[in-house]
Design a binder for this molecule. Sequence first.
Ligand SMILES: Nc1ncnc2c1ncn2[C@@H]1O[C@H](COP(=O)(O)OP(=O)(O)OP(=O)(O)O)[C@@H](O)[C@H]1O
Ligand SMILES: [Mg+2]
Length: 537
Amino acid sequence: MEEQQTHIDIKWVLSTIPNKLILVIIILSITSSFEGAINGYVLGQMTKIVFNNFENVGHFLLMVAMAYLITYTSAYLFLLTTQKALQFLTQRLKYEFFISDFFQTNHGNLDSSDVINKVTNVSNQIQRQYFQPLFYIFQSLATIVTTTFVILETNVFLGIIYILISASSFLPSIIGKKQMNMKTDTWSVANTKLVTIIKDIFQGKNEIKKFGVINGFTKKFFHSLNTEEENFFKLNRTQYTVQFIAWICAVISDVIPMGIGLIMVVNHIAGVEISTIVTLSLSADAVVGSVREFANYQTQITSTSSIRTFMTYNIKKIGSNSFKEKTKNISLYLKNIAFYRQKKLVFKDINLELNDDQKVIITGDSGVGKSTLLQIIAGQLMPSKGGILFNGHKIAIEDSVLISQKPWLFEGTVKENLTLYQDFPESALVQTLKDVRLWDELGTDPLNYKIESTGINVSGGQAQRLAIARGLLRNKQLFLLDEITASLDKENAYKIRKLIYELPVMVIEVAHNIDNELVKNYSIRINVLTKNGLKNE
Ligand SMILES: Nc1ncnc2c1ncn2[C@@H]1O[C@H](COP(=O)(O)OP(=O)(O)OP(=O)(O)O)[C@@H](O)[C@H]1O
Ligand SMILES: [Mg+2]
């Protein structure tokens, strides 16, 4: 699978918002930044008006009203259009986070906490601290540019000094960048942990009530909540500290050029007069104000740099796992498989060969690594050494069906749980349900039988048979079963095993207890897994 790391930056933002909307936002951010200029214009004109000319006064007032109306309408439309743009951005961001975490392979255990954190908290943080400031920073930039023009018009030499020194307001945000990134990272980790704890506690709600142990868990929750909120506080504290230092720089950048200007007046340099300093200080104040805002936004923007990444995958390649023609000669070779977990050996020298519809049962002590081996064959874990060939190619995740005690079912009809939103002829669905003996068990309209979230309203055996049906429907040839009978009663265990042993597919079953009669009738091999390999029983 091709994967690539993407950083959310200006380019990403521009490619997400429709071009027309970008254009409108740019225009509105400029027209809405004229408030200061209008104030100046109005004050300036007021002195020139002949007040006994009624028409003149009326004309003036109309002009003023129009100018303000245009500015404030622009400001309103600017807010609306940026909100629309934010919708585009946040929606794409959450979607990308979702896909990125979905295909992340190094997760080992299925854990949704990280993705939940990303599509809620992290996304909101990016929206507040990156997307939004991006728009406002553009508005400040517009003000800076127009006012700088006024400054340079007044006195080039002193004007440049004013501008250069006011640029020092950026220094704190550049220096504080690393700190902000670190704090944001720590906060995000604490957030994921909090979501994990909430999930764990809610999954064990009944046990917690049964054992009367809510106190310990509320403490654990509160502690984690406190850590998360504390980290959020620290993140904001750092941001405001950086901003404060930026303000100090802004003050200095106001006072120093004033001093230089006064020295220039005293020494008659470059034609600087007191009026020049007054004009420059006033307009520089507007620039410094905008620069200060700009620096604030800049700090916010850089603070999110570390959380603004996700992985992109070539989804087309993986999304084509539907109906396949049945292959005739099936072969599976496990060659010298070894697996280490954190450098600790789980097992080594695993060799196995199976052909066509051969079936093998793998037993062994608890914890020896049977489930781990199945996950390796299923392509969900990579072996540390050795390799697996299935029909001559390196085995892939889509080559097998792995069935556990508690197969994955989701809220939807039996039909949806079988087709997984792919197209299959109805007759194939009916036949498959008959094959797994479910046709008569799920009411009068089995295909439309409504399964609830996590499959709580079907029995363990029914859930397993639905999972088998999913594989049969797609002509899968290799079924991997992990202790599927462990939680079934004797009769159901017998029924499902018989069904599986009769299927024309290759089966590797991990089991503690074995049905000797069935094993004999269907001549099924039995292997024992040890640290040092598979042994025939
Ligand atoms: N996700 C994991 N992270 C770390 N260690 C794990 C993980 N899953 C299993 N282990 C460890 O790896 C070893 C093998 O586990 P595995 O589940 O494969 O054993 P098993 O033979 O299936 O046991 P059982 O018969 O009890 O199901 C055990 O020591 C287990 O503690
Ligand atoms: Mg196991």
